[in-house]
Design a protein around this ligand. Structure first.
Ligand code: AMP
Ligand code: TRP
Length: 339
């Protein structure tokens, strides 16, 4: 069980393009806000990205882009460990070991696997195995909390089940992790279709998403086009026809950190949805402008990004490698002299 002074937090993000305001509000902003409370590990999961076909040059570029974006968003390498998954070998090795205790049926019933495999003609083994790699990420760090959007909850629960199964067979060894879902921003919906989640794979579609590096004009344009309803009422609501307005209010609320009542109050005097959209655009632009400026600075200094990742990998390995060695020993592997 967990014995560290501060709760351990681990989360991962794929280095794929199209990072949008849903990723930011559902995941990254929360990571940044809680850096001091917990002991944090944030991982750019390039091995997970390989579970669907990638162009090698594009993937490499995305890793640099993601590193710069996370730093620009406020992750501070002095207060957290930021690293790239493939730089710490223990992750791939842990995946193999955990594969050998994970029933196939557990993987076949994962919702994300079912969705993604339906969309690809050839389904790669890695896609099915994705949650086991993720379980390794989490369990190697004796993680207590895994902050993720709602869509990843099932995978975190699987990691917990794998840990429980291991502990049952081999004695108490893994900390049981739990998913921490942000209350607001957990599910930002598409601007063009507020009944479906804003998605990276649709981020290039005009009017679907706000991407973190979009210029102010593009942000305003996307919000102006956002689907709403034919009414005028600006308040939070579960009614299906109010999904668009609800989503805009959710974005505003997550950015400003105001309560639902305060947000509704802010819009009490608004003149219709045009006004709402403009004011949401204003807060989004104001939130992203400093991030975009810092992003440009980091991209202009690749040596700094490299140093930062090297330090992160060394810090992560210092935790993951001893755990992996202990895992191997528990499973009956002979640990060679020197580790
Ligand atoms: P992914 O885009 O799957 O790599 O997700 C990166 C992180 O952003 C994960 O924690 C997701 O749960 C979260 N996320 C992805 N899409 C959304 C969304 N539309 N709203 C809120 N969080 C999201
Ligand atoms: N599967 C997660 C996603 O797509 C990314 C991820 C990989 C992750 N390993 C993780 C998240 C470990 C939390 C913990 O969003």
């Amino acid at each position: 069980m967990s014995t560290h002074a501060r709760p351990r937090v681990f989360s991962g993000i794929q280095p794929t393009g199209g990072i949008h305001i849903g990723n930011y509000l559902g995941a990254i902003k929360g990571w940044v806000a809680r850096q001091d409370e917990k002991e944090n590990y944030f991982c750019i999961v390039d091995l997970h990205a390989l579970t669907v076909p990638q162009d090698p040059a594009a993937l490499r570029e995305q890793v640099w882009m993601m590193t710069a974006l996370l730093l620009a968003a406020g992750l501070d390498p002095a207060r957290c460990t930021l690293f790239v998954q493939s730089h710490v070998r223990a992750h791939a090795e842990a995946c193999w070991l955990l594969n050998c205790i994970t029933p196939l049926g557990w993987l076949q019933r994962m919702t994300q696997y079912k969705d993604k495999s339906a969309r690809h003609e050839t389904v790669l083994t890695g896609l099915l195995d994705y949650p086991v790699l993720m379980a390794g990420d989490i369990l190697l760090y004796d993680t207590d909390e895994v902050p993720v959007g709602e869509d990843q909850k099932q995978h975190v629960e699987l990691a917990r089940d794998i840990a429980g199964r291991f502990n049952h067979h081999h004695g108490d060894f893994f900390t049981l992790p739990r998913a921490v879902i942000p209350e607001i921003g957990a599910r930002i919906m598409g601007l063009d279709d507020p009944t479906a989640k804003m998605s990276k794979s649709l981020a290039h579609v005009e009017g679907h998403a706000i991407r973190l590096l979009d210029p102010p004009k593009a942000i305003e344009r996307a919000l102006k086009r956002a689907v709403t309803d034919s009414g005028r009422e600006i308040r939070f609501s579960d009614a299906p026809e109010k999904a668009g307005v609800n989503n805009l209010l959710a974005i505003y609320k997550a950015i400003t950190g105001r309560s639902a009542a305060e947000v509704e109050d802010d819009f009490a005097t608004a003149r219709g949805y045009g006004d709402l959209k403009q004011r949401v655009a204003d807060v989004v632009v104001a939130e992203l402008a400093p991030l975009q400026a810092r992003y440009a600075q980091y991209r202009a200094d690749p040596a700094e990004l490299e140093r930062c990742l090297a330090r992160g990998a060394a810090q992560a390995a210092a935790v993951a490698e001893p755990k992996l060695a202990a895992l191997k020993a528990r499973m009956g592997l002979v640990v060679p002299v020197g580790g």
